[in-house]
Design a protein around this ligand. Structure first.
Ligand code: ADP
Length: 448
């Protein structure tokens, strides 16, 4: 096992990894930008190294500075968290060259799954059902027109390198196609340095269902059920739960096995998420994330496992501490993302926290790096906390969520907390009866 791990991240996820390290008796090293000198992850880690100025390009994405921090502190492994360098194959390759272990999959798996066209092609070959669409990339508008007409509108044009909802454009009819095609291409180029795009059938009322998988890198893999992340704004998740309200045990076992077999087949190592759109009883693969997800705590809650501990174990060459038969679901869990944003426009709202109180009690987990007097810097993602509740069933989890939200105090800035109070009053949320478009429509008529 490692003696010391460096965490190449910040905020709540850096704390999350530090916690796992401490429980495992492993020393932790925080890295931080000059804007984060007072951040909680810096205070909580055993050691901390400043790696650059505020801009993430010069700090949290600065590969030479991060490798130097490892060498100075003697850290043997790096946990990347999510975002930043977590899905950067060149980073993983650079670590390999420096004999530093990356706590995550191989550079090759990151490369294959990071390109959505290759990912889809690979999954199709592994027997995973995919959204109908173009065979690979679509080189020009003429081809796009032909593919879309053959398939029928509406269609969605996606940048193969896209992520975070960027590089994705809907064409409702032939009239929108040219603009959608060109915009998706230019967004792909501008944000990810790659203008290759592909086309998919646009699904009208799907749910977002994702399967958590975990592999040992030696041909064994398990699934840890699904999460339903259908409540989204601008293709970004805001409310996630496990298990999915519309997934039966039989469906879970079947899609879970398909996913576990697929990743076992490629000797996948560590945590991964296979994302699907789910409509009319059918699953359609959209992408795989080769890292820990923001919403992993809901899975941890219902299975009673520590996914970060497990990631560290397999990265150190140890076996997984559970097999498929050990994994049984206990109750229901929900996570809401608390962002430093001002409603109704969700405009970023960094600033000084004048009072902070975290909710507690049975079945409540608050993953956050906030503290009284902390100043949220303006340079990074607006996620400042994740409130996770666990109950015996969905109704209990929902009422616990309402209770916990009521206890949460974050003064000094605006947050998305009022959104969740309002959502809990909605019948659709109480019954779990919504698709991925529901929240956008709700926001338009309630906050618009
Ligand atoms: P990203 O990598 O940017 O997150 P994804 O491919 O994972 O992009 O898609 C993000 C979200 O966009 C999905 O959860 C869903 O809400 C929507 N979406 C993606 N593909 C389709 C599709 N074919 N039809 C309808 N909605 C889609």
């Amino acid at each position: 096992m490692f003696d010391k791990i460096l965490i190449a991240n910040r905020g709540e996820i850096a704390l999350r990894v530090i916690r796992a390290c401490r429980e495992m008796g492993i020393q932790s090293v925080a890295v931080h930008s000059t804007a984060d000198s007072d951040a909680m992850h810096v205070r909580m880690a055993d050691e901390a190294v400043c790696i650059g100025p505020p801009s993430s390009t010069d700090s949290y994405l600065n590969i030479p500075a991060i490798i130097a921090a490892c060498e100075i502190t003697g850290a043997q492994a790096i946990h990347p968290g999510y975002g930043f360098l977590s899905e950067n194959a060149a980073f993983v390759q650079a670590l390999e060259d420096h004999d530093i272990t990356f706590i995550g999959p191989t550079a090759e798996h990151i490369r294959v799954m990071g390109d959505k066209i290759t990912a889809k092609d690979t999954m199709k070959k592994l027997g995973v059902p995919c959204v109908p669409g173009s065979e690979g990339g679509v080189p020009d508008y003429e081809t796009a027109k032909k593919v879309a007409e053959d398939m029928g509108f509406p269609v969605i044009i996606k940048a193969t390198a896209g992520g975070g909802g960027k590089g994705m454009k809907l064409a409702k009819s032939a009239d929108d196609l040219e603009t959608a095609f060109r915009t998706a291409r230019s967004e792909g180029k501008a944000n990810f340095g790659n203008d290759e795009v592909y086309i998919e059938k646009y699904l009208g009322k799907p749910r977002h269902i994702e399967v958590q998988v975990f592999g040992d890198g030696k041909g064994t893999a398990v699934h840890l059920g699904e999460r339903d992340c259908s409540l989204q704004r601008r293709h970004q998740k805001v409310f996630e739960e496990a298990p999915g309200p519309c997934i039966t045990p039989e469906m879970r076992a079947a899609i879970g096995k398909t996913c576990a077999d697929a990743v076992a087949d490629i000797n996948y190592i560590g945590a991964g998420t296979i994302e699907f759109l789910y409509e009319d009883g059918e699953f359609f693969f959209i992408e795989m994330n080769t890292r820990l997800q923001v919403e992993h705590p809901v899975t941890e809650a219902i299975f009673g496992v520590d996914l970060v501990r497990e990631q560290i174990r397999v990265a150190a060459g140890m076996p997984m501490s559970f097999g498929q038969d050990d994994l049984t679901i206990n109750g229901h869990a929900i996570e809401v993302r608390i962002n430093a944003e001002k409603l109704p426009n969700f405009s970023p709202c960094p600033g000084k926290i004048s009072a902070y109180h975290s909710p507690g009690g049975l079945g409540v987990r608050m993953d956050s790096a906030l503290y009284n007097g902390y100043s949220i810097p303006p340079y990074y993602d607006s996620l400042i906390g994740k409130l996770i509740v666990h109950g015996r069933d969905r109704p209990e989890a929902l009422s616990r969520l309402g209770r916990a939200l009521g206890e949460l105090i974050i003064d000094g800035i605006d947050t998305t907390t009022p959104l969740f109070h309002a959502l809990l009053a909605e019948d659709a949320v109480q019954t779990g009866d919504y698709d991925i478009h529901w929240l956008e429509k709700w926001l338009e008529s309630n906050l618009g």
